[in-house]
Design a protein around this ligand. Structure first.
Ligand SMILES: C[S@@+](CC[C@H](N)C(=O)[O-])C[C@H]1O[C@@H](n2cnc3c(N)ncnc32)[C@H](O)[C@@H]1O
Length: 357
């Protein structure tokens, strides 16, 4: 494991090697190892490993001085311009019911390039702060995607950073409840080497404590069985039927629950949200957010997205009657996210899952 870069602040202006600023290595053999000394930026950097140092943009709001004001501020703003690594540790202990988020994927987008070898190290401080801020019945739900290593000894193979992250989170104390597969029926074609196109992503559900909130009834889907069969089953007086192998189940109640368990493979079309005018390049479909927010948080719950992007989590959570806020590092996404949050509240568009089966 490589060493974390040493960054020394020598000036009053805050400069840091912030999470979210790592660059893809230009060295085909692995992450860069350079000696950098910059007097102009009044910062002394002794080592840079796959990390770009960047000044916090001037004008970026800092959290309020009193930590009691932090959560009300996030919930009032909808989407706040800010660095989660600074804001999350200021959240009140146990004040959040659900963190639902899609963080930047390793190496994926121009807005934040994080080398996959460094991903776990980059993410853990956020995870620690979220752990402290999550209520006893609360959850952390992360949408994340695998990638093929572009360089280094694993070049051309699937990089294990997602699995390394899951294990690290479990070791931190997060209870790994489930891995969901978000299947994309309309995944975009392309050239991906000796493999098919990527047609799914992961959604990991972690809980803070042993008795997490989970509402299966909120995400049930229509039964696939015919109406006649459902009616017949309701009248079935034989109840539980044991097989010769010695097990069976009571099928008389199967169709009394208002819908079927959707299972842990969730089909949600990638909608690209163009008709909502979403400017973010990686906005998630609202149906995905809707599914997990309904299942893992009650009405009026506090829902926070620390990597809010175009504000999908906040829009959907508020529509579903949750109190929601988010943080976003890049100011250019904030305007559009806030417009979207405000427009949705005004229009009061009813929520609904997209093609969940
Ligand atoms: C995958 S996108 C989220 C997209 C979002 N789910 C949506 O539907 O629009 C991840 C976002 O995290 C933001 N980000 C990265 N590091 C951050 C940080 N330290 N604090 C706040 N936001 C950050 C990026 O700018 C990017 O917009």
């Amino acid at each position: 494991m490589l060493e974390w870069p040493t960054v020394r602040n020598t000036a009053s202006g805050r400069l840091s090697g912030r999470p979210g600023c790592c660059l893809t290595s230009t060295n085909p053999r692995g992450p860069d190892r350079k000696l950098v000394s910059s007097t102009n930026s009044r910062v002394v950097v002794t080592k840079v490993l796959c990390m770009r140092l960047q000044a916090v943009p001037s004008g970026m709001p800092q959290p309020p001085g009193s930590s009691e004001q932090v959560l009300p501020r996030l919930l009032a703003d909808g989407v706040t311009w800010g660095d989660s690594s600074i804001w999350l540790p200021k959240l009140p202990t146990g004040g959040v019911d659900l963190f639902f988020t899609s963080p930047p994927y390793a190496d994926a987008r121009a807005y934040s390039r994080i080398h996959p070898d460094r991903y776990v190290e980059w993410f853990l401080p956020f995870a620690r702060a979220m752990y402290d801020a999550t209520s006893d019945t609360g959850s952390l739900v992360i949408n994340i995607k695998n990638r093929v290593a572009k360089s280094g000894p694993l070049k051309g193979q699937r990089h294990p950073y997602v699995y390394q992250l899951v294990i690290a989170l479990q070791n931190m104390g997060w209870r790994w409840l489930e891995t969901y597969i978000w299947a994309k029926p309309n995944a975009v074609p392309g050239r991906f080497g000796p493999r098919t196109k990527d047609a799914y992503e992961y959604v990991y559900h972690f809980a803070r404590g042993p008795r997490p909130y989970f509402d299966l009834d909120a995400i049930r889907v229509p039964y696939k069985t015919s109406t006649a069969e459902i009616e017949r089953r309701k009248l079935d007086v034989n109840g539980r039927r044991n097989t010769t192998a010695g097990f069976g189940r009571d099928r008389t109640t199967t169709y009394l629950r208002g819908g079927a368990d959707p299972g842990n493979v969730i089909n949600v079309s990638q909608t690209y949200n163009q008709h909502y005018g979403v400017a973010h390049t990686a906005a998630m479909p609202e149906g995905l957010a809707s599914f997990f927010i309904k299942a893992t948080s009650p009405k009026n719950a506090v829902v926070i997205d620390p990597f809010a992007g175009g504000g999908t989590t906040v829009v959907v959570a508020r529509r579903l009657g949750r109190r929601a806020g988010g943080l976003e590092l890049h100011q250019e996404f904030i305007t559009e996210a806030r417009r979207r949050v405000a427009a949705d509240e005004d229009n009061d568009i009813p929520g609904g899952l997209v093609d969940v089966g």
